[in-house]
Ligand binder design. Sequence first.
Ligand code: HEM
Length: 525
Amino acid sequence: MATIIEFKFGCFLFGIWFLSTLIVRSLIKKHAKSKAVLQHPPCPPALPIIGHLHLLGFVFPKSFQTLASRYGPLMRIHIGASTSYLVSNATVAKEVFKTHDVSFASRPEFGSSEYSIYKDSSSFFKADYGTYWRFMKKICMMELLSAPQLNRFAGIRKEEMMKFLETLVRCSDEAEACNLGAEIMTMTNNTICRMAMSTRCSGNANQSQMIREFVKGLQQLVPMMSLGEMLGPLKRYDLFGTGRRLKALLMQYDKLIEEIMMEHEKERNAIDGERERKDMMDILLDISEDESAEVKLTRNDIKAFLLEIFLGGTETTSVVLQWALAELINHPEVFKKLREEINTIVGSTRLVQESDIPNLPYLQAVVKESLRLHPTVPLIPRKCREDCKINGYDILSNSRMIINVYAIMRDPDSWEDPSKFVPERFLVSSTEKHGDHEHQGDMKGQNFKYVPFGGGRRGCPGAALAYTVLHVMIAVLVQCFDWKIKGGEKVDMEEGSGFTCGMAHPLVCCPITRLNPLEVAVCSS
Ligand code: HEM
């Protein structure tokens, strides 16, 4: 009896062993097969836990560019617990922005949504490519940032520019140095605030100070949130306290914007009809009341959207302006040529205005070259929505892509003397070829060598506004002032640390009035 039981038990054990061997073997085979089939992009040797963090210097886009020159235009990189695919040349960028545009039209998760008081679904920047994002994009392009809407706000841009010029004339009269970074930031912030919700930040003591503080505070949190990303799933424990600080800032912002929204609603009810000039908040409130709209906008959607417009539109433009002026000061021959063009086309009896831009090709070239060398969103985050092949490699759905536009616009295979400031390379009239490089003047159409505003359907919706502000501001700064650097001949062009490429040192210089903008403005008005 005992032997029969032992025999049956032995058979049972054998059965289990046999089955588990089969399962393990089939799993190993499947894994080996998938490994054999999938082609992963190259990856530098990584260290445990930190991954490639030790290979990065202070300026991340630059470090990624150096790695790409060794590992190729599409490579895999691990920073702590996060894995990303880095795109570093125009050919691969074209695959992402054009060939597989829809597959890459979402953004990866950034920061922990638990600490935001607005749901991720309210965010335009973070929204997955779907109904909500498409609806908001249409509103941006057809209404909020459309050409007619931008034209309606030309007066506001001019007023804010004049306030800024007034400060420069005062500095010049008193022979004082001016912190241009801070002044330019105030101007771009005021302009965007007034276009968004008619609030002139520096005009209204409380609201002014507060909005600027929010934007500054949130921008300071971004590098910390990026560090948090390296912790992978652990980021939800908010080890650096960034989440709590973010929440506190957002609560204050919410209180302020709710007040402004209520003022708008009161005014709309009182006027009881069409307002002469609607700001973005008016337009969004109208849409939120439209019963037939494809998406029913909530108050939180509007608040989150406006916050992203402040974040996306102020520092970006202000940083490029500083770089452009710094490059012009360091390249007196370019400065002189630009001033000559302005003198010839506009003269000295009036200030350059927006309608002059099409007649000032050298100015356009200076703006393009400044954006090429100093893109203020140097690393563009995208998410792969479905498995696809890029540059011959397999990219799986949900992978995080980073398009290094800094590297693309300094790629020696696309640009001659890539790190030199040479606006002439953009002159459309030029027929000369630059060595083996094709003519680089025509940046219209699909040129993926030049991507300061990203590309494809997810490209920057504020590009037209940014271009307008940049052209007029640079032109006026050259038309009206000579510039002297405090304590030296040249501006220090060191790039700041982290993900954005701001200036490492504030641009402090002395304006010397050559054509008084206040007198010219008085004469021409
Ligand atoms: C020089 C100034 C600016 C630069 C260099 C810049 C650059 C960029 C870049 C590279 C992107 C990502 C595009 C992509 O994924 O392909 C972006 C997105 C965005 N930008 Fe700009 N931008 C500037 C000014 C502005 C302005 C003035 C606004 C609005 C007033 C704005 C609003 C936005 C928004 C809302 C997004 C997110 C779009 C989306 O996710 O669909 N930007 N910008």
